[in-house]
Design a protein around this ligand. Structure first.
Ligand SMILES: O=C(O)C1=C[C@@H](OP(=O)(O)O)[C@@H](O)[C@H](O)C1
Ligand SMILES: C=C(OP(=O)(O)O)C(=O)O
Length: 485
């Protein structure tokens, strides 16, 4: 199948601002395939990872907090509901609904007769971060989630909690610490804490979960991770950074160890950055179509793994520029894809790229569209994400007629350009990033449709509408601003 003729757009045009429309989303959803390169400025909603960390910190802190720029998505709503169930008051600001006021959990004494139930959906941050919070309450808390959540790994965070003196139970008659959802935490108002040793090779969230609550443990926390490497280390760095913002003393000078001093978590006023991982599909739209995408409010300094787009996208032939906004802590990230003399996009193979973690499905889309090889290494733990992402990406790239080899912890993708791929109806496995993977492919491979694109609401509410707006306006020959969400 030949790629659409993305032509050079030479005459600068006035900027148009478009909010996405509310047209109903079909299932399967026909992914838009613009005939022109995209040229858009896209406003990305708040980071899921920062939103859910600040909410947990605010819930455990010593005074009310204000969190600005809160993401409104399935994962953040699940976190808000879970914390409310445990006695935290979370109220949106009347004038700015993305600002919330959080009144922390009251000091409690064991009221073990009081039962509570928490739904984690498919949110890793909720299913991993909530058990330590539940252990600090006086409630007996049953924690469950979607069927897909019940197969995600949980053991290390629960074993860590038991070592810290908390009571965690299976719901069936089998004895021993649970290894998956559903489970029950019997909170008795305190957790001893102290020395805890786990293998967090399956998810950085096991580490983050214990660190976020560690200052509230009687003896603080000395956490040791025994595995050879820490998966998604940026996310652990993010946890340490937000803890320090809340006045918690964290010693992370020894690799694989974290020491949290016992003491209060200081409530405060925090602002959530835009979700740079979710900026990824839009930036890849520039690369895939040979167009230009600008993301405003890109933080100049951040702990988000999505900042790695700045080094990853040039591997696929793109030009990346960061323009600081004077006097602020952010700027605009501009990604321009390359094109040959006749205006056809050129995407080069990315070579070996390691530790891409939650960015991997989006990088895999570019790899499948590229001319050349890309090796995504050290991503074995993605088998425990929303779905087994290594198998899912292998199945979907093969469904498109592409070439991919699956290994225990790596994917080798050999792209032959968009013309090497054919139309297909793509499965999404309840995984938002498999949906956005398919949307990027659909930009340049006509006839791609996406099953259950609504799964993107996990972290990107109204993704299909915003994506369509970006694609439709590629046809208008005027650079466009897309307000997402
Ligand atoms: O703590 C977090 O906010 C996250 C940590 C990472 O989990 P893994 O370490 O399981 O990859 C990441 O992939 C996930 O999307 C969000
Ligand atoms: C792995 C992810 O999510 P979760 O927070 O559910 O682990 C993700 O968003 O890519």
């Amino acid at each position: 199948m030949s790629s659409p003729p993305h032509r050079n757009r030479e005459v600068p045009q006035p900027m148009t601002t478009m909010r996405h429309t509310d047209t109903p989303v079909l299932d399967p959803w026909p992914a838009p395939t613009p005939t022109q390169p995209v040229d858009a400025t896209v406003h990305i909603p708040g980071s899921k990872s920062l939103t859910n960390r600040y909410l947990v910190l605010a819930a455990l802190s010593d005074r009310p907090s204000t969190v600005h720029g809160v993401l409104d998505s399935r994962d953040s709503r699940l976190m808000i509901e879970a914390l409310r169930t445990l006695g935290v008051a979370i109220e949106p600001d009347a004038d700015r609904p993305d600002t919330v006021q959080v009144t922390p959990m009251p000091e409690v004494h064991a009221e073990t007769a009081m039962e509570r139930t928490v739904d984690c959906g498919l949110a890793g941050t909720v299913m991993r971060f909530l058990p330590p919070v539940a252990a600090l309450t006086g409630y007996t808390v049953t924690i469950d989630g979607d069927p897909e959540a019940r197969v995600r790994p949980m053991a290390p965070v629960l074993e860590g909690l038991v070592q810290a003196g908390a009571h965690v139970e299976r719901l069936d008659a089998v004895s021993g610490t649970p290894t998956q959802l559903p489970l029950r935490v019997r909170g008795n108002g305190f957790v001893n804490g102290g020395e805890v040793t786990i293998d967090a090779g399956g998810s950085s969230q096991f580490i983050s979960a214990l660190l976020l609550a560690g200052a509230r443990f009687r003896h603080g926390l000395h956490l040791r991770h025994t595995g050879e490497r820490t998966p998604s280390p940026e996310h652990v760095g993010m946890t340490v950074s937000v803890l320090r913002q809340a006045g918690v003393v964290v010693d992370d000078t020894t690799p694989g160890q974290w020491v949290i001093a016992p003491g209060p978590i200081s409530g405060g006023e925090w602002t959530v950055e835009s979700d740079l991982s979710n900026a990824g599909p839009y930036l890849c739209a520039a690369v895939a179509t040979g167009g230009t995408v600008r993301i405003p409010h890109w933080p100049a300094h951040t702990t988000q793994i999505g900042d790695r787009w700045r080094e990853i996208l040039p591997r696929f032939g793109a030009t990346v520029t960061f323009t600081p906004d004077p006097g602020t802590e952010h700027g605009t990230l501009t990604v321009a894809g390359s094109r040959d003399e006749s205006g056809v996009p050129v995407v080069t193979g990315g070579g070996e790229i390691s530790d891409t973690a939650e960015l991997a499905p989006t990088v895999a889309a570019l790899a499948a569209l590229a001319q050349g090889e890309t090796h995504l290494t050290k991503i074995g733990h993605l088998r425990g994400h929303e779905t087994d992402r290594l198998s899912a990406l292998t199945a979907e790239i093969r469904r498109l007629g592409g070439t991919i080899e699956e290994h225990p912890d790596r994917l080798d993708i050999t792209g032959a350009g968009p013309s090497g791929l054919t139309a297909a109806q793509m499965e999404t496995y309840h995984d938002h990033r498999m949906a956005t993977f398919a949307a990027v492919i659909g930009l340049v491979v006509p006839g791609v449709s996406i099953e259950n694109v609504g799964t993107t609401s996990k972290t990107m509410p109204r993704f299909p509408q915003a994506w369509s707006t970006m694609a439709e306006t590629a046809e208008t020959s005027a650079p466009t601003t897309v307000i997402h969400g």
